[in-house]
Design a protein around this ligand. Structure first.
Ligand code: COA
Length: 156
């Protein structure tokens, strides 16, 4: 665990967006660009190195979504993803948002495990989302990623 040494901050508009990290979570540059334009980008830093990223975007007046969350491969599995999830939760607890939303693929076993361990509940499934919105087939854990599973955590 490297929790104590990690600093999370909003990315300055002048700073370069960590695109390679964002692409770990989302192979679509077009989708990334869309939510970067509308949302807030946060980075997790260890010393001055960016090791994680998260993009938050309002979905409705009462809900905010984690559109992208990614940790540098060499730092995965050390609690940094969980730290970013907790940060998003705390940041929005005292706002008008009632729900924190996150979506993932049907094949994303680790992510589904992490989000549910962190108290997110499956809300609904967008059938064929990845077939309809992504040009290239996505496989994880030997499973074709087809459907988007949307999870939510109550903030109030
Ligand atoms: N299988 C099972 N459990 C997993 C897992 C996996 N592949 N990956 C993480 N977890 C569980 C861990 O067991 C851990 O739980 P524990 O502490 O009770 O053992 C918990 O999730 C915390 O994991 P953490 O170390 O905080 O995860 P991380 O720092 O690796 O961040 C991701 C998680 C998903 C953000 C990171 O792995 C990543 O960037 N992946 C690639 C991009 C991506 O898929 N982003 C999400 C798109 S929906």
């Amino acid at each position: 665990m490297i929790d104590g040494s990690i600093k999370i901050e909003e990315l300055d508009q002048k700073q370069e967006v960590p695109l390679a990290l964002l692409e770990l979570a989302d192979p679509s540059k077009e989708q990334i660009e869309n939510y970067l334009n509308q949302g807030q980008c946060f980075v997790a830093k260890l010393n001055s190195q960016i090791i994680g990223v998260m993009v938050l975007m309002e979905l409705s007046p009462t809900s905010i979504e984690i559109k992208n969350i990614a940790i540098d491969e060499s730092f995965q599995g050390k609690g940094c993803g969980r730290l970013l999830l907790k940060y998003a939760e705390e940041l929005n607890r005292k706002t008008n948002y009632e729900k924190l939303i996150i979506g993932t693929g049907n094949s994303s076993m680790g992510q589904l495990s992490l989000y549910q361990k962190e108290g997110f509940e499956i809300s609904y499934i967008q059938k064929n989302f990845f077939l309809d919105n992504y040009d290239e087939p996505i496989f994880e854990n030997g499973i074709r990623c087809k459907h988007r599973i949307v999870l939510e955590k109550k903030l109030k």
